[in-house]
Design a protein around this ligand. Structure first.
Ligand SMILES: [Ca+2]
Ligand SMILES: [Ca+2]
Length: 248
């Protein structure tokens, strides 16, 4: 009886030791969990956890616009300006007219273009018609004030000679950098470069460009590429590209 009692007491001691150990493990686990939670971060904060994937936020593809209307686009000396169907896709169609021709939109685009992404991507299709330049370096422009003609400042993206758009080709995708100028040069990329009008000194141009791209009153296209008013342009698929920052 005595030895049985002694054995039982010994068993109880072993059990107690186990319970203490289990409790210690639970305490350690809880402490570790609290620490892990405290130092964790969500996906946005810990962007190094997941590889960054470049995207382009669709802004305008004209698919929900009414064919034959011009939406909020306005033509100056245009022949035709309207939403049309082209190869199964709705596009903005602009045909040249006599005189200095511009198509612009002062309603739809955000004022602060710099904040929309790292670039504005769009598709341009160009058909010269006879006697006009077979290629074009026209990108897209932005302006201050009420319209491109009365604007105090306009900035225009000019395509590099190696990235011209050729008449009769399928739509060409271009990317226009949306960023602030720094130093003495306006933003550029492999597609082309921004220029500002009026241009004065490099430092003043930089300041004026930076003010403009953060408060543009609209965007515009220059339509003329020669004396014969027969150029046809089609614009589509505007999106704001989201770039991945370079991480070292
Ligand atoms: Ca479209
Ligand atoms: Ca014209």
């Amino acid at each position: 009886m005595k030895s049985w009692l002694f054995l039982n007491l010994e068993n109880m001691n072993i059990l107690k030791t186990h319970q203490i150990k289990v409790l210690q493990y639970i305490k350690l686990f809880t402490l570790f969990s609290i620490l892990a939670f405290s130092f964790s971060c969500n996906d946005k904060e810990c962007d190094y956890d997941e590889p960054c994937i470049e995207t382009c936020n669709l802004f305008e593809d004209f698919e929900n616009k009414t064919i034959g209307t011009s939406g909020n686009w306005i033509g100056i000396a245009t022949g035709t300006l309207q939403i049309q169907t082209r190869n199964g896709s709705q596009v903005l169609y602009v045909q040249d007219g006599s005189g200095s021709t511009i198509a612009y939109n002062g309603i739809d685009f955000p004022r602060d273009l710099n904040a929309q992404g790292c670039a504005l991507r769009l598709d341009i299709e160009y058909a010269s018609g006879s006697s006009n330049s077979n290629t074009t370096d026209n990108g897209i422009g932005i302006y201050s004030d009420t319209d491109p003609l009365s604007a105090s400042f306009r900035a225009f993206f000019i395509l590099n000679s190696s990235n011209l758009i050729t008449s009769g080709n399928p739509p060409t995708t271009i990317e226009v950098p949306l960023e602030l100028a720094s130093g003495t040069t306006l933003p550029s990329n492999s597609f082309g470069t921004w220029v500002i009008s009026p241009s004065t000194t490099p430092a003043t141009d930089v300041a004026n460009f930076n003010a403009l791209i953060q408060n543009a009153q609209g965007v515009y296209f220059s339509i003329d590429e020669g004396g014969n008013p027969s150029e046809q342009w089609r614009f589509d698929n505007f999106c704001f590209k989201q770039c991945c920052s370079i991480q070292f």
